[in-house]
Design a protein around this ligand. Sequence first.
Ligand SMILES: Nc1ncnc2c1ncn2[C@@H]1O[C@H](COP(=O)(O)OP(=O)(O)OP(=O)(O)O)[C@@H](O)[C@H]1O
Length: 229
Amino acid sequence: MSTVSLQQVFKNYELGKTSVPALRGIDLEIQEGDFVTMAGASGSGKSTLLNLIGCLDHPTTGEVWIGDTRVSKLDDKQLNETRLRQIGFVFQSFNLIPVLNVYENVELPLLIMKEISKKERKQRINYFLKAVGLSAFADRKPSELSGGQRQRVAVARALVTKPRIVLADEPTANLDSKTGIEIIDLMQQINEHEKTTFIFSTHDPKVMQRANRIFHLIDGKIEKVENIR
Ligand SMILES: Nc1ncnc2c1ncn2[C@@H]1O[C@H](COP(=O)(O)OP(=O)(O)OP(=O)(O)O)[C@@H](O)[C@H]1O
């Protein structure tokens, strides 16, 4: 069974009387432990596609499956639950809470998961802070970190719930190219070690080459799938 499966997915945005076709018949399969990228120019549909896989939006038509769950049929409450349990997010603009320190930012999604004990919470946070190389920065506020370090915090926060899939929409867009590659390499190490499936988007040719598979999007369609390794 695929971890993510999309079948004939169309997404239109309604803008007044006009309908903007953002995705035009997407079929794709992503397997457990994949490290894949959605590549394409601005407006090609990358964010729309990640939002659908991330249960943040509904397709206009077509089916979206996460494992054996047909998420395109779930109501908002079930979507929230799927999102919390199965998916971690990394954003282009980091989206850290400025008044919380690094440790507390990583802790945040775990506070919603009532079944996780205080002891386990602490263990997980320390484990993932170490994995992203930020154990020594636990007490710092986001404003006291570099862009690359902030994105590392966001990666730890995405992983701490042990999601099946991490979605990263242009995670390197606000970083210089060397730091951007370091973030992708960090995600890949975690992908290999934890077997978490990673799906990220980029329009940077150097960044896309780090993926195992590239889905090339043009005008809302997958034009080509490139297997790198
Ligand atoms: N909320 C919205 N309302 C109307 N049109 C939208 C909306 N979001 C996206 N679109 C349109 O859908 C198409 C795909 O946009 P999308 O943001 O998915 O592309 P993208 O590849 O992620 O672009 P970028 O790299 O600039 O973020 C574009 O034509 C865009 O203008």
